[in-house]
Design a binder for this molecule. Structure first.
Ligand code: ADP
Ligand code: ASP
Ligand code: MG
Length: 402
């Protein structure tokens, strides 16, 4: 007998037929003698639809009320799935975030799970299947909170840890983690095993198959994860501690995202303290600067500084720069039609020439690189958005991932 956490994403519970299909998967697990806690997402598209409703009421819809609204998506699937299991004569019960409770801290729409009352559910799973809503919790003050898009993955990992589960299985609409998004690049290959570090980089850089904060928690507490398909019986991807993986390739995967924007300050004074002056107020306002490039401009004592930030922070960033008297520049420009393309691989550490190969590949496709950043196991570039898939395809091919 094993204690298992099974998480089903939005597409997996996207229709009534699919919920019935999921209930049969769970039935199989129960018949195999396992104790089961299920975490569900809202039906595919539901969360987006609710966000749109709120925006139609007010572009600055109240944050507390938004969390109350969004948490209902998962409430629906919890109940439907428990009902489907009961229909199959499997004892089952759903809980809402406050009934458990799932305790969170932090602000609305971006809270973190910090604890959960495990006793009731631990008792219940000895005889029935517990169904728990992903993506949400309740604050110490009793307010309903959500934990960020894709957050049901984080709920599943938190439950696996708090309940000391034997396994945490993430059921989704693809067969596992691939070398790049298989829905966009069909030659992508499924990865059998991947380290936490690589998965964390891939997730943070745009591979939405796993939410990055879920991977971070799994890594911190060494909780092995398995990502697999709800719709096929193929073996999925195991995510675990890196030491057990043998690296034959320098690059494991290619990720991309369209979340960034680039800002250039033209004609900035070229003297000590100028960069500090620019980035200090941004830091104070919790704006994360990712890549920075400084070049000498034609006018001698002046320079240009280019940097990237999250696209959502663009307006706020420009306001801060324009309104701060100690920051002097001739002109400010921005480009939000950019994408970030990244190659990730623990094997990069021991393979020389990866950087050159990436730049050569992009040059051969006549793709201009607008900014670059590197770390031990990843290399990211900013390019014009229109070249995104061309770049991903090229890198996928030259790093022998096709
Ligand atoms: P769920 O609703 O099950 O949480 P998501 O939509 O959040 O599923 O994540 C699964 C999707 O992630 C896939 O349908 C796929 O398009 C996308 N994806 C992006 N990058 C990758 C990758 N490297 N491997 C697998 N899927 C990926
Ligand atoms: N329903 C939430 C979302 O769409 C959480 C999740 O699916 O993981 O972001
Ligand atoms: Mg997801």
């Amino acid at each position: 007998m094993k204690k298992k956490v099974l998480k089903f994403g939005g597409t997996s519970v996207g229709t009534i037929e699919r919920i019935q299909h999921v209930s049969n998967i769970i039935k199989g697990e129960v018949e195999a003698g396992n104790q089961i806690i299920v975490v569900v997402s809202a039906m595919a598209g539901k969360t987006n639809e609710l966000i749109k409703f709120s925006q139609d009421i007010d572009k600055n819809f109240d944050k507390r009320e938004l969390d109350v609204l969004l948490s209902t998506g998962e409430q629906v699937t919890c109940s439907l799935l428990a009902g489907a299991l009961i229909g199959l004569k499997i004892k089952s019960k759903s809980w809402l975030n406050w009934q458990i409770p799932i305790l969170t801290e932090g602000e609305h729409s971006n809270a973190r799970i910090i604890n959960m009352n495990v006793s009731k559910i631990n008792e219940y799973i000895k005889e029935g299947v517990a169904i728990v809503p992903g993506f949400q919790g309740v604050s110490k003050k009793g307010e309903i909170t959500t934990i960020g898009r894709g957050g049901s993955d984080a709920t599943a990992v938190a439950i696996a840890k708090l309940f000391n589960a034997d396994s945490c299985e993430i059921y989704t609409d693809v067969d596992g983690v691939f070398s790049t998004d298989p829905n966009k690049i069909p030659v992508a290959k499924k990865i059998e095993k991947i380290s936490y570090d690589e998965m964390l980089e891939l997730s943070s850089l745009g591979a939405k198959v796993m939410q990055s904060s879920a991977v971070q928690t799994a890594m911190m507490y060494d909780i092995p994860l398995e990502v697999k398909s709800t719709f096929t019986n193929r073996k999925g991807t195991k995510i675990f501690d890196q030491q057990n993986i043998d690296y034959t390739k320098s690059v494991t995967g290619v990720a991309y995202s369209k979340d960034d924007a680039k800002i250039t300050l033209i004609g900035v004074e070229d003297k000590p303290g100028v960069a500090a002056n620019i980035f200090e107020p941004l830091n104070k306002s919790q704006i994360n600067v990712d890549m920075v490039i400084q070049n000498i401009s034609s006018d001698q004592k002046k320079t240009d500084i280019t940097f990237t930030i999250k696209r959502d922070d663009l307006v706020k960033t420009k306001d801060i720069l324009k309104n701060n008297k100690s920051i002097k520049f001739r002109e400010i420009t921005h480009n939000d039609k950019v994408s970030k393309i990244s190659i990730v691989g623990a094997g990069m550490v021991s393979t020389p020439g990866v950087t050159y190969k990436m730049f050569r590949g992009l040059a051969d496709e006549k793709i201009n690189i607008l900014a670059i950043s590197t770390s031990e196991i990843k290399l990211s570039v900013i390019i014009n958005e229109e070249n995104t898939l061309k770049a991903v395809k090229k890198l996928h091919t030259i790093f022998e991932l096709d």
